[in-house]
Design a protein around this ligand. Structure first.
Ligand code: MRU
Length: 352
């Protein structure tokens, strides 16, 4: 970890040490900071499904740990049988949330490690998989720091930056993607202020982005999602930066519902619209964004806030959790390996 400037107070939503894992319950923030212990694959799967842990890279990290929890108690001495059981464990985790490709990327990485080491003993496989999960966790924070440095020069001194959802430390192993770029710009001495969309219905903007930026003393102003256009029309937003859950080979970007609306507004007002995401979020197997599976969540997230009913009983509800922003609205995709501003089809695949 030498050479990296990690603030000792950095927010890390997943603690993985001594064979156990704790996750900060993101459903309860900002009112309560509650850590939950996890020791089983099923527990981790439930944490991903119910959004104790959320954000594409963090979901990937949690899934890798979940795989290790699942395999460590397998009793077989046969590596082939071990691998068959491991595939079942991965299937449980894969069924939690469909859009963030980092989940599937992490499961594939764990499986590839096992596959490449099937000539070893089951004990060695188990130890190796624990290290692999730990490596995925540590690498994620490191690559967010790199990504932040790659993107920082796009953010001018004095910029008022709009962000949507939470692509911060809470959505990764630490530091964040979109908020990582903002943190890097602040670390470079720029005066940056952030405008956070509240991000209905799960309120990642008001509950999480506002919370973590406030903790870091980065100026942040909260708005409702429907206020972004007004602020843009008044010249009060200089650029937009968001994260991503999955980026297709042509640069179409799936991110939190409402991102597309913000991108259209940014285009109308000639405001740069940046996407910050690690390579593990880019899915070269999908030629365009229409192939990205979009999660639909339950009606209650919209009809209620906690136990308060906001809509009539029995009302028809749609709750798509993500949307797809077409590449033509994206000014740049910032990754840990470089910034791509055009010809996404060729230039994104060239990063790999
Ligand atoms: O439903 P969520 O909270 O998991 O959605 C999170 C987002 O859409 C983030 O913007 C995305 O995962 C990028 S996180 C670095």
């Amino acid at each position: 970890m030498s050479g990296c400037q990690i603030n000792p107070n950095t927010i890390r939503p997943i603690r993985f040490f001594n064979g156990m894992c704790q996750m900060l319950d993101q459903r309860l923030l900002p009112a309560e900071e509650v850590w939950i212990d996890y020791t089983s694959c099923e527990g981790v799967a439930e944490a991903i499904r119910t959004m104790v842990v959320r954000g594409a890279p963090a979901i990937g990290v949690a899934a890798a740990i979940g795989v290790w929890f699942g395999v460590r108690d397998l009793e077989t001495e046969s590596c082939e049988e071990f691998y068959t059981e491991m595939e079942k464990i991965c299937a449980v985790l894969a069924a939690t949330r469909p859009t963030a490709v980092n989940l599937f990327w992490a499961l594939e990485r764990m499986k590839s490690f096992a596959k490449a080491n099937l000539d070893r003993s089951v004990m060695e496989l188990k130890i190796g998989l624990e290290y692999e999960a730990l490596a995925i966790t540590q690498e994620d924070e490191q690559l967010c720091i790199k990504l932040g440095r790659q993107g920082e020069s796009l953010i001018p001194d004095g910029a008022r930056v709009l962000t949507h959802c939470n692509a911060g430390a809470l959505a990764t192993a630490g530091y964040g993607t979109a908020l990582g770029v903002i943190r890097a710009a602040v670390a470079a001495g720029k005066k940056i202020s952030v405008i956070a969309d509240e991000t209905r219905p799960f309120l990642q903007g008001s509950r999480l982005t506002a919370w973590e930026l406030q903790k870091d003393n980065i100026p942040v102003t909260l708005i409702c999602d429907n206020m972004a256009g007004y602020l843009m029309s008044k010249g009060e937003i200089d650029c937009v930066i968001v994260g991503a859950d999955r980026i297709a080979a042509n640069g179409d970007v799936a991110n939190k519902i409402g991102t597309y609306t913000v991108a259209v507004l940014a285009k109308e007002h000639n405001i740069p619209f940046y996407v910050a995401a690690p390579l593990s979020t880019i899915d070269l197997s999908l030629s365009d964004g229409s192939q990205i599976p979009i999660e639909e969540r339950g009606a209650r997230e919209i009809t209620h806030v906690k136990d308060i009913q906001l809509a009539p009983e029995g009302i028809e509800v749609r709750n798509p959790a993500f949307d797809v922003t077409p590449n033509r609205l994206v000014s740049a995709i910032i990754t840990e390996r470089g910034v791509v501003t055009e010809h996404y089809l060729q230039n994104l695949s060239a990063l790999f």
